[in-house]
Design a protein around this ligand. Structure first.
Ligand code: MG
Length: 395
C-alpha cells in the first residue's frame, strides 16, 4: 500500500512493535571476564541500556532478549517478568530466528532487531524507524562515511568515492512476516537488512549517531560510557536504624572501636549498633533487603561475629549490582559512653572496611536528654544514611 494516496482523514491503526535484542554473542574481542553485553557500563549491564529504553517506549509492545545458551537465568535476574528471554543459536542469524519465533505481534506489525552491544539506543531512534516503515520493507539507522576512503591493492593505494556510502547500525526494522520469510532459507546473512534485500525488499535509512556505535574493542566500552554517563542513574540514598540493649559489663563496640564502659551491648553478634545501622543503610539504598535477611540472628555462625563482616558484605554486594558506596553519615544516640573522643577512630575503622575516604565518613553523637530508653541508659540507638553512586569502573 502506498501511504501517499491515503486520504488525510483516515487514521491508521497503531502498529504494534516487538523489539528483539540480540545478546547471544560471546564478545571475545572486547576483553574482560564477562561477555561485553553483561559488562557494567555507567552502572548497569550493557544490554540493559537498550532494554530499558525499549521498555519505556510507548509503542513497543513486546521485548524479546536473545541470550547465550546456559545464561538464561543470569539475564532473567536483570529483567522484568514480561521480557521474553530466549536462547540464541550458533550464528547471529540462528539467534535472530529464535527471537522472531518468540514474537507475538502480527505478521504486518513491526519487529526491530537490535544488537545488545549498542547501548546508546534512544526512543527517538525507535520512533524514526517506525515512521520510516510507513513506506519501506526495512529501515535502519545509518551514518554517512566522513573519513576519506582508500583501497589498497598490492603496492598501490586508490581513492574510493565515499558519496552515498553509509555505516549501518541497529535496530533494523521489518514487518514480522517479511523478515521471517526472508530468513527461512538456510543462508547466513551479514545482517538482517541483507536478508530482506535478497528478497527484493526496499530499505530506507534513518539518522544514526555515534552514540549508537557498537562495542567491539575495550576502548569502545570506555568511549560509550563517557557518552552515556550524563544519563546514567542518579545516586541512591538509603537509611538504617538499629537498637541494642545495655547490660552490666565492661565495654561497648561501636563502629568497630571497643570503648571501656560500665555496661556492654547485648546482641547475637558483637552488637555494633552503628555498623548494623550503616549496613542496613547500604543494603537499603540498593533495595537489597536488610541485615537480618543476609545474616539471620538464628544462624549460630554469626554468634559473637565481628560486624565488619556484615558491613564489608553489604559494600561488596551493592558493587555486584552496579553501585559504589559514595558516602555515609552515622548518628549514635546514647547518654554514655562519651563518643566524641573515639569519633576519629570510628571513622578510620569505617574507612578500613568500606574503602571510603575519611572525608566521606561522618560519625556524630547525641543524647536524648534523659528521655526514653536511651535516656534511661537501657540501650544505645544508631541511625545511618548511605549514598550509592553508579559504579563507573570499566572492568
Ligand atoms: Mg543490630
Amino acid at each position: 500500500m502506498d501511504v501517499a494516496f491515503l486520504p488525510q482523514t483516515i487514521i491508521q491503526p497503531r502498529m504494534q512493535i516487538a523489539m528483539i535484542i540480540v545478546s547471544a554473542g560471546r564478545g571475545q574481542r572486547a576483553g574482560g571476564d564477562v561477555s561485553k553485553q553483561m559488562r557494567l557500563l555507567a552502572g548497569k549491564p550493557v544490554f540493559k541500556w537498550s532494554l530499558d529504553v525499549s521498555l519505556a517506549h510507548p509503542d513497543v509492545t513486546q521485548c524479546v532478549l536473545v541470550v547465550p545458551k546456559g545464561e538464561e537465568t543470569t539475564y532473567r535476574e536483570h529483567c522484568p517478568d514480561h521480557v521474553y528471554v530466549v536462547s540464541g543459536g550458533e550464528t547471529r542469524t540462528a539467534s535472530v530466528r529464535a527471537g522472531l519465533a518468540a514474537c507475538s505481534v502480527g505478521d504486518h506489525d513491526l519487529v526491530l532487531i537490535h544488537d545488545a552491544a549498542r547501548p546508546g539506543l534512544t526512543k527517538t531512534n525507535i520512533s524514526a524507524l517506525t515512521q520510516a516503515m510507513l513506506e519501506a520493507d526495512a529501515a535502519a539507522p545509518a551514518i554517512a562515511v566522513a573519513d576519506a576512503l582508500k583501497r589498497q591493492t598490492g603496492g598501490s593505494v586508490q581513492d574510493v568515492d565515499r558519496t552515498n556510502l553509509f555505516r549501518i547500525q541497529t535496530p533494523q526494522a521489518f514487518r514480522l512476516g517479511s523478515i521471517k520469510r526472508a530468513l527461512e532459507s538456510e543462508k547466513t546473512y551479514v545482517d538482517d537488512l541483507a536478508a530482506v534485500e535478497d528478497q527484493g525488499g526496499s530499505v530506507v535509512l534513518t539518522e544514526g549517531s555515534e552514540q549508537l556505535a557498537k562495542i567491539t574493542y575495550p576502548e569502545d566500552h570506555a568511549r560509550l560510557e563517557a557518552l552515556l554517563m550524563p544519563i546514567s542513574p542518579t545516586p541512591r540514598l538509603g537509611t538504617g536504624y538499629d537498637v541494642h540493649a545495655l547490660e552490666t559489663g565492661d565495654q561497648v563496640t561501636i563502629c568497630g572501636v571497643s570503648i571501656p564502659h560500665t555496661q556492654s551491648l547485648v546482641g547475637h553478634s558483637d552488637a555494633d549498633v552503628a555498623w548494623h545501622a550503616l549496613t542496613d543503610a547500604i543494603l537499603g539504598a540498593a533495595a537489597l533487603g536488610d541485615i537480618g535477611d543476609h545474616f539471620p540472628p538464628s544462624d549460630p555462625q554469626w554468634k559473637g561475629a565481628d560486624s565488619a563482616v556484615f558491613l564489608a558484605h553489604a559494600v561488596k554486594l551493592v558493587e555486584t549490582k552496579g553501585w559504589a558506596l559514595a558516602s555515609c553519615d552515622i548518628t549514635i544516640i546514647c547518654e554514655a559512653p562519651k563518643v566524641k573522643p573515639h569519633r576519629d577512630a570510628m571513622r578510620t575503622r569505617t574507612a578500613d572496611i568500606t574503602g571510603l575516604p575519611l572525608d566521606a565518613i561522618s560519625v556524630k553523637a547525641t543524647t536524648s536528654e534523659g528521655l526514653g530508653f536511651t535516656g534511661r541508659r537501657e540501650g544505645i540507638a544508631a541511625q545511618a544514611s548511605a549514598v550509592l553512586a553508579p559504579l563507573t569502573l570499566s572492568n
